[in-house]
Ligand binder design. Structure first.
Ligand code: B4P
Length: 191
């Protein structure tokens, strides 16, 4: 199994690229954002609790997403590996993921980090707001908070992965197809 993290600030194209990459390389795409939004859409107790946190652009508690991911890892069969999208988002989540994978005879093979400047991120998320109907895309103050949360809580994971020699920056500006080609070039080395 080959396991990748796709990483970057909100609006960097993680979700967009993950769908295409998972199909090309037969990877299981695990997006904690999608899982949480599915809980909200289904009106579960968990979804009700998480919705106000997400609409402010804050992170949900580590334990919630860790449990979701562990369940998915254990119930997935017949794939070449996992593509983790939007997870981990804190160093604690990263340590937990490493532990989970190690216990199952796997590891994080590469962390692909999409590099996109601030103004482009805001532009993309505002453009998406109408289509997605997501409360966290609508309000510019919430978008700024999401970017700030990324810088303070999520970005430190880059140093953690750099120390392990698995950090791979990728230019995230350009057309969706151009960025896909850049990512494929790095990922093909693992197959
Ligand atoms: P996510 O669902 O992960 O949302 P995101 O950071 O906005 O990224 P997404 O993948 O959706 O967008 P993309 O960049 O592809 O998280 C949402 C919330 O869930 C978080 O704020 C948090 O509250 C919670 N959460 C999720 N995981 C968590 C965790 N592990 N721990 C705690 N809390 C967690 O795309 C953005 C837009 O850009 C799209 O419209 C796309 O079409 C466009 N785009 C993409 N590539 C482009 C390109 N090359 N050019 C132009 N536009 C492009």
């Amino acid at each position: 199994m080959v396991n990748f993290l796709i990483f970057g600030p909100p609006g960097s194209g993680k979700g967009t690229q993950s769908v295409k990459l998972a199909e090309k390389f037969n990877l299981k795409h695990l997006s904690t954002g999608d899982m949480l939004r599915a809980e909200i859409a289904a009106g579960t107790e968990l979804g009700k609790k998480m919705s106000s946190i997400m609409s402010k652009g804050e992170l949900v508690p580590d334990a919630v997403v860790i449990e979701m991911i562990a369940n998915k890892i254990d119930s997935t069969k017949d794939v070449a590996g996992f593509l983790f999208d939007g997870f981990p988002r804190t160093v604690a989540q990263t340590e937990e993921l490493e532990k989970m994978l190690n216990e199952r005879g796997m590891k994080i093979d590469s962390m692909l980090v999409l590099d996109v400047d601030h103004d482009e991120l805001v532009k993309r998320l505002i453009l998406r707001a109408d289509l997605s109907g997501r409360p966290d895309d609508k309000d510019p103050a919430v978008i700024e908070n999401r970017i700030e949360v990324y810088r303070s809580k999520t970005e430190p994971i880059i140093d953690y992965c750099r120390e392990r020699g698995i950090y791979q920056p990728v230019n995230g500006v350009g057309s969706i197809d151009e960025i896909f080609e850049r990512l494929c070039e790095f990922m093909e080395e693992y197959f």
